[in-house]
Design a protein around this ligand. Structure first.
Ligand SMILES: Cc1cc2nc3c(=O)[nH]c(=O)nc-3n(C[C@H](O)[C@H](O)[C@H](O)COP(=O)(O)OP(=O)(O)OC[C@H]3O[C@@H](n4cnc5c(N)ncnc54)[C@H](O)[C@@H]3O)c2cc1C
Length: 552
């Protein structure tokens, strides 16, 4: 009897379907990530990152992600008697995800409680956690990234920092609709975009009038995400010009502040996250930084949210690749596993190479943020490369995820496979916090402001990647593109190449030499086809696939 049963094929073999990709250690199973963390000074955190990876890779966490997205938030504008409430109701799964991210410090672990940077490699290890959390659920990370990034802007106001930091760095998430001082922990949002302009914030019409203890703000914002946050950094025209203010949900006296939410956006993806249209009616706010220096102040925040956009997109790519590879290892077509079919191997390995690059690139960039305080070259590197990395990684992700979806065949197009959600999620990282063209203009701005620093960064990249094919030519191309007469028209080409060179340099320092060499050979010294699977990766193919996901 026992022998008969052993001879029976398992039911998943009968169905020729892959088992669910759950209960995985998102850290231990990801060799490129482990290498990138170790190569950037985070080796000592390996055990803690593995514990985080196991927790976030559990079936329960994937289930929370599903529930939070299938039950999107609702705006409750008025109560039964017609009084304004402006309350956002979320599914409990969303709060559970928030609680898990806050417990792990994703909203603030890169800061001490006086708003000075935590010790290195805080950005790298927090970045690795953010990368793993993004693989499971990305929408809730919007208030998480804004909270940690807002600290960079708040730092110019020591009195606000002293009041708020203990609540910001707290690991106890509190979802109550209460004044911030009564809560165990708080989250922060940001409102810049108005109907007449998101990129061009100088066109903002919202006004901030000085009053006792602060400002009264009137106007509106066309996009303001995570409206249940406890306070928002808002740009408004004060008498001295465009100014950054911090607007709490409750006035200092304890009454609800004048934030009237008009509606929530009906979005392509990012559905667990609420994004509002809001009107300010004499809303109370504190000034952050000097009047007229609003953009200067808030840009410190935006630089960090841009880093997180790139990390999250790299994470989403990673999950799409893992799903595709996992499926291909179980699914047979014409009596052979998909993962053994030559053409499928070429596609998956080519995709794995882009995930290697994106992962090494974002972790190396996080390292620059860690080192920037004490090292001017690293500060220049963070300044120049953040928009370039956001541009390349976030723009690569949507097409990449589509290809991963196709690897799963029809299953990939069906909601339960996770791929549709990843696919819908991906474009927003390229749009918000500055869209593609705006990222390229920002690289040009960094160049114009300090050409010597930019040249030093380019020289460093060229020398780090010096033994890789096409590195010198790529550096020359970037230099020419940025000196051209029609520099704006050529900026996409220059910035794209700059990101690829930075990726090759990042791989050179944290991945095996063969991986860096393959990336440079196929992306720098030759034209890489926009469709995956057209390069001959030779003997490197198997190594890439095994590094991406250990065979079971
Ligand atoms: C889901 C979601 C949530 C959001 N949440 C927030 C939020 O919480 N807070 C907030 O303030 N904003 C938020 N935004 C707004 C977002 O930051 C803006 O939509 C974005 O910055 C682009 O601004 P815009 O929509 O006004 O487009 P525009 O500024 O009109 O830009 C349109 C296009 O033109 C391009 N462009 C602009 N200038 C140039 C130029 N000089 N040369 C060439 N091309 C150019 C841009 O790259 C873009 O592709 C959110 C957006 C989305 C989709």
């Amino acid at each position: 009897m026992a022998a008969d049963m052993a001879a029976q094929p398992r039911s998943d073999e009968l169905l020729n379907q892959s088992p669910p990709y759950v209960d995985v250690d998102l850290y231990a199973s990801d060799q490129p990530l482990r290498g990138a963390v170790a190569g950037n000074g985070g080796e000592g955190a390996a055990a803690a990152l593995s514990a985080f990876g196991k927790h976030w890779g559990s079936a329960d966490m994937f289930e929370l992600g599903r529930q939070a997205n299938e039950n999107p938030p609702e705006l409750k504008t008025l109560d039964a008697k017609g009084y304004r409430r402006d309350f956002i109701e979320f599914h409990p799964a969303y709060h559970d995800l928030m609680a898990a991210s806050v417990a792990a410090g994703l909203q603030a672990s890169t800061w001490r409680d006086d708003a000075t940077p935590a010790s290195a490699p805080a950005q790298v290890t927090r970045g690795a956690r953010f990368y793993m959390a993004a693989q499971v659920e990305t929408g809730h990370l919007c208030p998480i990234t804004m909270t940690r990034a807002a600290v960079a802007a708040l730092a110019v106001e020591p009195s606000l920092v002293a009041k708020l930091m203990p609540k910001i760095v707290s690991r106890r998430y509190d979802d109550h609709f209460r004044p911030w001082w009564e809560k165990t922990g708080i989250t922060l949002g940001m409102g810049m975009t108005e109907k007449q302009g998101g990129t061009d914030v100088r066109a903002n019409r919202t006004r901030a009038q000085p009053i006792a203890e602060g400002y009264a703000v009137n106007g509106d914002k066309w996009f303001m995400s995570a409206p249940m946050c406890d306070a928002f950094l808002v740009l408004a025209q004060a008498p001295g010009g465009l100014t950054c203010v911090l607007m709490p949900r409750f006035r200092p006296g304890g009454s609800v502040n004048g934030l009237n939410f008009q509606r929530l956006k009906d979005k392509l993806g990012n559905r667990s996250n609420a994004s509002s249209e809001v009107e300010f009616a004499d809303a109370f706010a504190w000034r952050v930084g000097e009047e007229g220096r609003g953009v200067r102040t808030i840009i410190n925040m935006v630089q960090l949210t841009r880093l997180d956009c790139a990390i999250a997109s790299a994470g989403i790519m990673r999950m799409a690749l893992a799903q595709a590879l996992h499926h291909a290892r179980y699914r047979s077509v014409f009596q052979k596993r998909l993962s053994d079919q030559p053409m499928m191997r070429a596609v998956l390995a080519d995709m794995a190479l882009d995930v290697e690059a994106a992962t090494a690139l974002v972790m190396r960039l996080a390292r620059s943020f860690d080192l920037a305080v004490a090292d001017p070259l690293e500060a220049a590197r963070a300044r120049l490369l953040t928009p370039a990395v956001k541009y390349w990684v976030c723009k690569t992700a949507p097409g990449f995820i589509y290809e991963a979806m196709e690897c799963l065949g029809g299953n990939g197009y069906v909601e339960e496979s996770l791929l549709p959600r990843l696919y819908r999620e991906a474009p927003v990282n390229a749009i918000w916090e500055g869209s593609g063209n705006v990222m390229c203009l920002d690289v040009l701005r960094a160049l114009a402001r300090d050409r010597d620093a930019a040249r030093a960064v380019l020289d460093a990249l060229a020398s780090e990647a010096a033994d890789l094919p096409g590195a010198r030519e790529a550096a020359d191309f970037v230099e020419r593109a940025f000196c051209a007469q029609d520099v704006e028209a050529r900026a996409r080409a220059g910035v794209g190449r700059l990101a690829l060179l930075a990726a090759a340099a990042a791989l050179r320092s944290s991945a095996p030499p063969d991986v860096a060499e393959l990336f440079a050979r196929t992306r720098l010294s030759a034209h890489h086809d926009a469709i995956y699977g057209t390069d001959d990766l030779g003997a490197g193919e198997s190594a890439l696939l095994e590094r991406a996901l250990p065979p079971t």
